[in-house]
Design a protein around this ligand. Structure first.
Ligand SMILES: Nc1nc2c(ncn2[C@@H]2O[C@H](COP(=O)(O)OP(=O)(O)OP(=O)(O)O)[C@@H](O)[C@H]2O)c(=O)[nH]1
Length: 228
């Protein structure tokens, strides 16, 4: 399906997914793919690694997406370089996917793991999320940084681990909300494959609801879409 408003630019929306090493960016993509497919949303994925193609190979092997719809970009430098300073390689990968798969609704661009200051160029993405997790400590939101403060959505992942790392998840979410000043914030648990509770209970559906509302605009009433 092509789900954009009539006035929106043609082509799929591009969503950036950034965050520290190991926060669960690839795990989130692995949870989003089947849930997006169930809603009829056509997706492709671009992964960024430092000097390997490991994340792309993992997503290709997952069986969750046609492997042809997954592209790897090797940053060869600090990950933010190729999503912010010079996103040429990622733009080329996105354009290649768009040409090859004309029915795409979304391209998910996963950054390599980076620090709290990483952000995406808006020449590359339309909207971006930043993924942190409770295992990194309950003070991460308080440390702020552009990724935490400026992203369109802050995701706090691994909520299932909170009791085991002695983190009060409610307190982390409350403090993050204070730092975000009204910007979107969601908690989730992208548990390793096979151990998921449900997309609803794990917070995956809430992330997709937000994407549908803020990126794909498909929950806008038909009469409003007609005016756009
Ligand atoms: N318990 C639990 N484990 C998780 C969750 N999300 C991810 N993991 C695990 O955390 C580890 C890192 O997850 P990845 O998805 O590889 O993280 P990443 O952010 O893509 O990592 P880099 O690409 O290396 O930056 C893996 O062992 C995952 O199985 C979660 O919500 N709960």
């Amino acid at each position: 399906m092509n789900v954009h408003l009539p006035s929106a630019p043609k082509g799929p929306a591009r969503i950036g997914i950034g965050g520290p090493v190991g926060s669960g960016k690839t795990a989130l993509i692995e949870r989003l793919l089947p849930a997006l497919a169930r809603r009829g949303i056509e997706v492709a994925v671009i992964t960024n690694d430092l000097v390997t193609r490991e994340d792309a190979e993992r997503v290709r092997r997952s069986g969750l997406i046609d492997p042809g719809r997954v592209r790897a970009v090797e940053a060869g430098a600090c990950p933010h370089t190729v999503i912010r300073e010079d996103p040429t390689l990622n733009i080329a990968a996105a354009e290649d996917l768009e040409a090859r798969y004309p029915g795409l609704d979304l391209i998910l661009l996963e950054s390599g793991g980076d620090n709290l200051a990483s952000t995406f160029s808006l020449d590359l993405v339309d909207w971006w999320m930043f993924v942190i997790d409770v295992g990194q400590g309950d003070d991460i939101p308080r440390k702020r940084g552009p990724g935490i403060v400026q992203s369109d959505l802050l995701v706090i992942n691994k909520l299932d681990l909170a009791p085991y790392v002695h983190v009060n998840a409610d307190q982390v979410l409350t403090e993050a909300a204070g730092v975000r000043k009204g910007r979107a914030l969601l908690g989730c648990a992208c548990r390793p494959h096979g151990r998921a509770a449900s997309d609803q209970a794990d917070g995956i559906e809430a992330i997709i609801d937000l994407i549908v509302r803020d990126v794909l605009f498909t929950d806008i009433p038909a009469e409003v879409q007609g005016e756009a």
